[in-house]
Design a protein around this ligand. Structure first.
Ligand code: C5P
Length: 238
């Protein structure tokens, strides 16, 4: 089957396991994998390290920050890690793949991702990535805004309590000092902000297929998506 230009969009709530499924799928189908959330995370890292207040105080004169200009100073690239064979994110040449997974970034990213100039620049970058071949991209607006014509759109959901437990285990396994309550508050807070922002809010595309993985193991999730791919009468775009 010619997978070359296949585009698979995986959207959903925070900590649903989107990236785990997306990476496995990309590996299986030999497609590029792009973590669009990492792009919003590196911009958040840049804002915090450059003293741009997040969230912007309401009484702040917006002209103080020309976000378009700020975004011109942000150069995001992905490079394949030769050991894992997955792409890792770089900001102005610095590898930030691990640093951007901290609670500090998680607590601020939804404010930054709601800013118009940020979204415009990142969406344009994401859309260009299709020119390098087929891809699996996960995020919040991939099926609705970035690739509305994606070949397959999956919308992942899971019980919020289960998602918070998964995220908590992931963070504590990495040695991050955090309480379950903090993680739960963050996961729920991001869902709330991401679904209610003005531009490209998180929502299921009309033609997306729901994957509720509350009680599915990894193999079951992958089987589900593969069976959806097999249903596609895929016609190469080349
Ligand atoms: O996927 P991840 O949890 O790393 O995403 C971090 C944040 O980036 C989300 O909570 C959301 O605010 C933002 N995001 C977005 N659009 C995307 C991907 C992520 O707004 N396509």
């Amino acid at each position: 089957m010619p997978h070359k230009k296949l585009i698979i969009a995986i959207d959903g709530y925070s900590s649903c396991g989107k990236s785990t499924v997306a990476k496995a799928l990309a590996r299986k189908l030999r497609l590029n994998y792009i973590d669009s959330g990492a792009m919003y995370r590196v911009v958040t890292w840049y804002f915090l390290r450059n003293n741009i207040p997040v969230p912007l105080p309401e009484n702040l004169d917006l002209t103080e920050f020309d976000f378009e200009k700020v975004m011109n100073d942000v150069d995001i690239t992905f490079k394949i890690n030769p050991e894992t064979h997955f792409s890792e994110i770089y900001l102005n040449g610095k590898n930030l793949e691990n640093e951007i997974r901290s609670m500090e970034i998680s607590e601020n990213v939804s404010h930054v991702s709601a800013i118009k100039s940020v979204r415009e620049k990142l969406v344009a970058l994401q859309q260009k990535m299709q020119h390098h071949g087929g891809l699996v991209m996960d995020g919040r607006d991939i099926g609705t805004t970035v690739f509305p014509n994606a070949d397959l759109k999956i919308f992942m959901v899971a019980d919020p309590e289960i998602r918070a437990h998964r995220r908590y285990s992931e963070l504590t396994a990495k040695g991050v000092k955090v309480t379950f309550e903090e993680v739960k508050r963050n996961v729920e807070g991001r869902d709330e902000e991401d679904t209610h922002r003005k531009i490209s809010p998180l929502r299921k595309a009309d033609d997306a297929i729901i994957l509720d993985n509350s009680h599915l193991n990894f193999e079951e999730q992958l089987d589900f998506v593969i069976s959806e791919i097999e249903k596609l009468k895929f016609v190469s775009r080349e």
